[in-house]
Write a protein that binds this ligand. Sequence first.
Ligand SMILES: Nc1ncnc2c1ncn2[C@@H]1O[C@H](COP(=O)(O)OP(=O)(O)O)[C@@H](O)[C@H]1O
Ligand SMILES: O=C(OP(=O)(O)O)[C@H](O)COP(=O)(O)O
Length: 400
Amino acid sequence: MPAFKTIDDISNPAGKRVLVRVDLNVPVADGKVTDKTRIERVAPTILELSKKGAKVILLAHFGRPKGEPVADMSLSLIVPAINEVLGTKILFAADCIGPDAEKAVASMKDGDILLLENTRFHKGEEKNDAEFTEALAANGDIYVNDAFSAAHRAHASTEGLAHHLPAYAGRTMQAELEALEKGLGAPVRPTVAIVGGAKVSTKIDLLQNLVKKVDALVIGGGMANTFIAAKGINVGKSLCEHDLGDLARTIMTEAESAGCAIVLPIDAVVAREFKANAANETVAIDAIPADAMALDVGPKSVEAINEWIGKASTLVWNGPLGAFEITPFDAATVSAAKFAAAQTKAGKLTSVAGGGDTVAALNHAGVADDFTYISTAGGAFLEWMEGKELPGVAVLSKTA
Ligand SMILES: Nc1ncnc2c1ncn2[C@@H]1O[C@H](COP(=O)(O)OP(=O)(O)O)[C@@H](O)[C@H]1O
Ligand SMILES: O=C(OP(=O)(O)O)[C@H](O)COP(=O)(O)O
């Protein structure tokens, strides 16, 4: 575990302006938060600092707005859910830097909690731009990073700020690293990884190293469509990143050399509309109609996936196997989740899953509590698993 300072090392937080980086990138449907796990996980840090009399100023991103304000990516949408979890009313400022932020911070009393608007509404955030970082730092005396799930990003609010202010790890950051080390520090083989979901381009790179660490890599969701297409199979209108075909083929070749089995779907549940209860059919993977989308992996694929889970001693999982938010396309994810939970309860499996939507999917399946450990992190968790240095964690120990 990297050595860093924690909240215990803040000598007297009372009256201090503490910039706390949290991950509020939560699943939302019809303007409502559908899974509050990430908020629940950062609540202890926020409440502890507030109780100690600090002025708690929350920094977070929401979605991928590309450096411009986007109405449905405003963190104001998350405020009611935060109030509910914290059991107190927080303040909100319409910008994370400049006069709006300054005014809101200046009016805070000791113990108040203020959420600043989406840091990604400014281009400087993802560029880790010095001027933007300074503008963020102007509103704080201390920086606490509690966003383990965003620690794989070297952004202004996740990395840059630690160079400008005394930096500490929050309680969730500490707990995540400790739990991952305990559960996966020395994984018992065979180790199986399941990677699915929709963030294909940002996660596909990780698979190149992951295939060297695991005995089987099960690929589902939009990631599977990209691999299927790379094999020359038509995936119709499915979520698929066709330009990543070369990389997908390289990963399959490297997996073979490393002795890692790649488990791709052999059938799919397809529909013509992305909505709950859309008319659907199950087809062989090479028979996806040109006008349809594969929204879930099919029952034969689930059988094969569960067979791999049955052989595994360790399971790491990020990314749902299908569009689990809309029935019946949650079937494969729910089935594999229930089977992995049963294996874990029977003492046959160490199961670690992570990612905002993955946690929501496991909650939806009603089995999140039965997994060995649930991380709030998806991409960060996979990068940690690869043995990569996470910039948001590394900077905390470098500046300690
Ligand atoms: N076949 C598919 N087609 C479209 N979307 C999919 C498919 N499979 C999974 N998804 C979507 O992937 C999203 C989750 O992906 P991702 O953000 O990568 O996971 P996590 O947040 O757990 O890291 C969900 O919203 C789900 O609907
Ligand atoms: O939701 C997140 O990552 P995850 O989907 O890998 O769990 C984090 O908030 C990071 O978001 P990003 O992948 O847009 O940088």
